[in-house]
Design a protein around this ligand. Structure first.
Ligand code: GRF
Length: 198
């Protein structure tokens, strides 16, 4: 399974995926890493690992142009699965159509709770006692697609957004490689809203 990883920043989920591949825990290869920001730390890390790392700046281009650049780059790299890893832009119809059922995302909450920005802050503000992360297929609705894997963490007294985010991130780094491995080994089937793991 050839992965096309889209990032905008730090890229720690991308690195967890790369590490899982290197450790033989994820049967996949990284065909390309694309960032919409030239200053993304993840793109520097991708280059340091000798990966095909490409910046496609979103600033100053229309959404259509930007999406078509991404679609071309993914096709050139013969990508099977698009992995959104902290990619901070909504996808438009072009990518959703070209890669229908083949785009995944990770979100730092137990969806459908707290979709959108700053899910960790939303969880703290609401006062939930448990939160976590969700790996899901991407559909047109924000953070709405069928759920592949979720992992939970407790919310502790005295938690700040930083401490809670760090606890969730540790679980993200386990959940994303795990979900991708399930897909890569043919164990994932989408049945309406549900993902059946075989
Ligand atoms: C993660 O919290 C992820 O759940 C969210 O954006 C953050 C990306 O972090 N979608 P990183 O760039 O992978 O370190």
């Amino acid at each position: 399974m050839r992965l096309g990883i889209l990032i905008s920043g730090r890229g720690s989920n991308f690195l967890a995926i790369a590490d899982a591949i290197a450790a033989g825990k994820l049967a996949a290869e990284i065909a390309v890493v694309i960032s919409n920001r030239a200053d993304a730390a993840g793109i520097t890390a991708a280059r340091a690992r000798g990966l095909n790392a490409i910046v496609l700046a979103s600033k100053g281009t229309s959404r259509e142009e930007h999406e078509s650049d991404i679609a071309k780059t993914l096709a050139d790299a013969k990508v099977d699965m698009v992995v959104l890893a902290g990619y901070m832009r909504l996808l438009g119809t072009r990518l959703l159509e070209d890669f229908a059922g083949r785009i995944v995302n990770i979100h730092p909450s137990l969806l459908p709770a707290f979709p959108g920005l700053n899910a960790q802050g939303q969880a703290l503000a609401y006062g939930v006692k448990v939160t976590g992360c969700t790996v899901h297929f991407v559909t047109a609705g924000l953070d709405e697609g069928p759920i592949i894997v979720q992992r939970t963490v407790p919310v502790l007294a005295g938690d700040t957004e930083e401490s809670l985010s760090a606890r969730i991130l540790e679980q993200e780094h386990i959940a994303y490689p795990e979900a991708l491995h399930l897909i890569a080994t043919g164990r994932v089937r989408i049945d309406g809203r549900r993902v059946v793991i075989g």
